[in-house]
Design a protein around this ligand. Sequence first.
Ligand SMILES: Cc1cc2nc3c(=O)[nH]c(=O)nc-3n(C[C@H](O)[C@H](O)[C@H](O)COP(=O)(O)OP(=O)(O)OC[C@H]3O[C@@H](n4cnc5c(N)ncnc54)[C@H](O)[C@@H]3O)c2cc1C
Length: 478
Amino acid sequence: MVLWSALYLALLLLPVALSVLAARAAGLEPRPWLDDWASGLAMIGFSGVLLSFFLLGRFKPLSGWLGSDLLMQTHQWFARTFVLLLVLHPFFYTLWRAPPGPVDTSAAQALRIGGGDWGLATGLLALGALLLLVATAVWRQRSGIRHETWRLLHSALALAVLGLGLHHTLVSGRYAQLDAVALFWWILASLALVSWLWVYLARPLWQGARPYRIEKLQRCAEKIWLLEATPCGPWPARFRAGQFAWIKLRQRWPHRDNPFSICNAPDARGTLTFLIKEAGDMTRALPRSRLGDALYFDGPHGRFEVPTDAPAVVMHAGGIGVAPFVGLLADAVARRDARPIRLIYADTHPRQMVDVEALTGVGALADFAIVPMVQEPDADWQGLRGRLDAAGLALALQHPDVAPLVDSACHLICGPEPMMDAVETALTARGTPAERIVSEHFQYDFEGSSPLARRRRHHWWLMSGFTLAGLALALLWR
Ligand SMILES: Cc1cc2nc3c(=O)[nH]c(=O)nc-3n(C[C@H](O)[C@H](O)[C@H](O)COP(=O)(O)OP(=O)(O)OC[C@H]3O[C@@H](n4cnc5c(N)ncnc54)[C@H](O)[C@@H]3O)c2cc1C
């Protein structure tokens, strides 16, 4: 995390540092202080936007190193910072405050804004596209816009911001007139474009040539399906337990893939198993699939795993959040993991719960127990009653199978957002250190109120502050 934060900060500030150094080397006349602040804000904002293309570029080494939650959080939160900087930057230019009268050509020249200058037009269009992009992302859930439509719009707008923003930077940016700085922008924008093409063109073509075939499709709980696929040729999937993949069924449209956790242990055949809950368009259409249908796989991604040095593991699953745990448990069985492992598994009703024992063979584990909990139990229900909120979790953590392990164990959490929030809050209140709480989100709108969620937001604030401090320092050197 520290390494990643330092790297990210350095990348954001790189164009500013490069501009200062190149301007000094070229002996460029200094401008008013505020004009350089304006340029600096724009440079940080635009490099941040271009870096977002890599964060979302589905590069396996990156998501395997940092995990998808961190990548998505970085993208979502910092997008707000970059938009703010980009919206603010034109107002910092002193040209705006020039007294009325004949145009001050020297200032106009310095800012490279003049009559008929396309740079200004593309800058405004880029800003408009960026605002639309962020607004549709922030209000996506509330607007009721279909996920696929939104993704298509998001990727098209991102491309527009890239092209228009690059043009504006190269034409209107004072420092982009310096060869080294212009080259930097060309390289960064080209890499961003390559990331976009990788996700929306290269990967889909690659997947299209390496299909999998549905081998098994069976209902294993209310509205939950077990899907098993094997590769049609010699391209077995390689993954670590707990990772997820973007999959498409039957069709190859690049924006129509959905992420699902892989629920089996890696095997030589390259089998992929998923537990899929009916939620919307794609998942509700799943029961209409047939054996032999094509499945296209983009993965593995993410990093949701048990640290090897954890003496014990407590898994907290809510609803379909059990899916990655099924993969992790199947892997633990395959590796004959002898550590104490507990699964606290909560759902509304027993009929919505999958049979973890049958799916994973956890009976073979040396030290394992499931602590099930439901809100609406049947008359013969033997497990706990309630939901995984603060009270329910307290009950589960007092369970004789769990209590002795709670304070030493590593806690893994996956489920609906309110449940994840409640578990993170309760564990933190018990003094569990953050390094021993590992969460996987199925939803990418990170608005939790747990201490960990707040800490992640503080980190964003702090990093945004460091970026501005870095800019101020760089400008002192102009
Ligand atoms: C890392 C990760 C792992 C997941 N693992 C599983 C799993 O093992 N089993 C399971 O049943 N579900 C899993 N999900 C959730 C699953 O991706 C969504 O339920 C599914 O994409 C819904 O698609 P839909 O077309 O049926 O529904 P829609 O009607 O399109 O959407 C229903 C909900 O799912 C969200 N959603 C839709 N498409 C996507 C997408 N491409 N990316 C992220 N969210 C989306 C929407 O925001 C909406 O809240 C996982 C999600 C993530 C992010």
